[in-house]
Design a protein around this ligand. Structure first.
Ligand SMILES: NC(=O)c1ccc[n+]([C@@H]2O[C@H](COP(=O)([O-])OP(=O)(O)OC[C@H]3O[C@@H](n4cnc5c(N)ncnc54)[C@H](OP(=O)(O)O)[C@@H]3O)[C@@H](O)[C@H]2O)c1
Length: 484
């Protein structure tokens, strides 16, 4: 037993990149004393030695860690998501008591969080799944935090999380998202939107580069300029930085020496898998996930490299006008991606019984996290004006923005198709926009086909009821049971 008994008001388990930075962030705030624990003690020792200013209280065992924490004990787990999280929870439950709080700050799948919350609740201990975004830098200086869990745990946890969260326009980027898995669900959607945002930016860069012949450094200037307008965001800002970077070894733009195969850690795929289960079209996010998958298929890409492209050369007559068209296409497609992401939040909240304040979610994404952007204020305003808004892109501000952008968007998608430049996120977002606003969709024909081969029935536009045409008989129509 150490001499640390019950002196810490908060503990961190897992001291890799995220945990050590979060622990330092906690320790830097007035009133916090932070207990730290890592499975292998070398890491604890390393963090302790490197940051004497933090006043950490180290523990070598879970029992010692529990004894170091004042009651109700509050500990944030920052370990490898999955089996690592379950292993730590199993150990903490043995040494914690009813009323204590275990927070999982890792990137857990929300259904795992629902399962864990249910199991831990039976011990009387509170379990909170909290999505934390912002990477290493955010963890240290202020992330965006999306906690779920019970109202009781929020009472203790709220002030602590508010003290370490990023601050945007004077407000901490944290809110009690909803119960059990709501926080990790919203973090998952954040990451899905992040995938779409990154893919759209990448497509914009590619089109400008191949359409105008500008260098990465020149395109960096364009992104820096865009960052002063309605596209202002962390991702646009860092894009300019990446494009401006020169490789020390070759003297080439770094972007030209990076292998063009994008990796993924799975949260984008979760967003799409969950959307499929909920029946929500998140096509922009899905295309972004698939674009990464396609990029990472070297054998297929090599085999397809000789397939023919457009026969005519593609030229951009007015480079400045083209760049402006791409900017508008990017903004319009971004609106679609966020609208789709919020649709998924609404559907998830309905399915899992969460009361999620959509405007508050947009607010806590304004700082700390990867998708932080000016534009999120417009989303908060849209939901404040109309809490029952059925689709974000129909809110007046976004309707106007889309009206101002849609002709540019179409020109860009046409140009990309004619030039043979892949623009899956731009074009699928435009297709979504046109699909949603269409007066009639060919879904009527799909219903006819379904009725033909499977007697799946259809509804009519001119009268109530469910109908089936007797396709293999005399093709008369009969009233039928609705089988969808
Ligand atoms: N990296 C990011 O930018 C980022 C951003 C947001 C969220 N996250 C999430 O934050 C969490 C931590 O991320 P990270 O990159 O700092 O670390 P990580 O590489 O995901 O995980 C390493 C940590 O997990 C511990 N661990 C693994 N299995 C364990 C087990 N069975 N029992 C106890 N501890 C175990 C390791 O302990 P040992 O030292 O003993 O091996 C180490 O402390 C993850 O869930 C990650 O998805 C990361």
């Amino acid at each position: 037993m150490s001499g640390n008994e019950a002196q810490a008001n908060i503990g961190v388990v897992g001291l890799a990149v995220m945990g050590s930075n979060l622990a330092r962030n906690l320790a830097s705030r007035d009133g916090n004393t932070v207990a730290i624990f890592n499975r292998s003690y070398e890491k604890t020792r390393g963090v302790l030695d490197a940051h004497p200013e933090a006043g950490f209280l180290p523990a070598e065992t879970y029992r010692e860690f529990a004894d170091t924490l004042a009651k109700p004990r509050t500990a944030i787990i920052m370990v490898k998501a999955g089996a690592g999280t379950d292993a730590v929870i199993d150990e903490l439950v043995k040494v914690f008591e009813p009323g204590d709080i275990i927070v999982d700050g890792g990137n857990a799948l929300f259904t795992d969080t629902i399962r864990r919350e249910k199991a831990v609740r039976e011990t009387g201990i509170n379990f909170v799944g909290a999505g934390i975004s912002g990477g290493e830098e955010g963890a240290l200086n202020g992330p965006s935090i999306m906690p779920g869990g019970s109202d009781e745990s929020w009472v203790t946890l709220g002030p602590i999380l508010k003290s370490i969260a990023a601050v945007a326009e004077g407000e901490p980027c944290v809110t009690h998202v909803g119960h059990d898995g709501a926080g990790h669900f919203v973090k998952m959607i954040h990451n899905g939107i992040e995938y779409a945002d990154m893919q759209l930016i990448a497509e914009a860069y590619d089109l400008i580069r191949r359409g105008t012949g500008k260098s990465p450094a020149e395109i960096a200037d364009i992104f820096a300029e865009w960052n002063r307008g309605e596209l202002e965001s962390y991702l646009i800002e860092i894009t300019a930085e990446v494009l401006r970077q020169v490789d020390a070894a070759t003297g080439e733009p770094l972007v030209d020496v990076i292998l063009d195969q994008a990796g993924a850690k799975g949260t984008g795929a979760w967003t799409v898998q969950t959307a499929l289960d909920l029946g929500i079209p998140v096509s922009g996010i899905a295309e972004a996930v698939f674009a990464r998958s396609l990029s990472s298929k070297p054998a297929q890409r090599a085999a397809a490299a000789t397939l023919p492209g457009p026969s005519a050369a593609w030229t951009v007559d007015d480079p400045d006008a083209f760049v402006e068209d791409v900017r508008r296409a990017l903004y319009a497609s971004k609106i679609v991606a966020y609208s789709q992401g919020f649709d998924e939040i609404v559907a998830g909240a309905a399915e899992y019984g969460w009361s999620i304040q959509k405007g508050e979610i947009a607010k806590i994404w304004r700082g700390g996290c990867i998708i932080r952007a000016q534009f999120l204020n417009r989303i908060t305003e849209a939901y404040a004006d109309d809490p029952s808004l059925v689709a974000l892109l129909t809110a007046p501000y976004f309707r106007d923005a889309l009206a101002a952008s849609q002709e540019s968007w179409r020109r860009v998608v046409v140009a990309a198709a004619q030039a043979g430049i892949p623009s899956p996120a731009f074009s699928s977002s435009l297709a979504y926009y046109d699909g949603l606003r269409a007066d009639r969709l060919p879904a009527a024909l799909v219903q006819g086909q379904r009725d033909f081969f499977g007697a799946h029935t259809y509804k009519r536009v001119d009268r109530d009821g469910t109908f089936h045409t007797q396709w293999s008989g005399d093709r008369t129509e009969i009233e039928a049971q609705d089988t969808h």
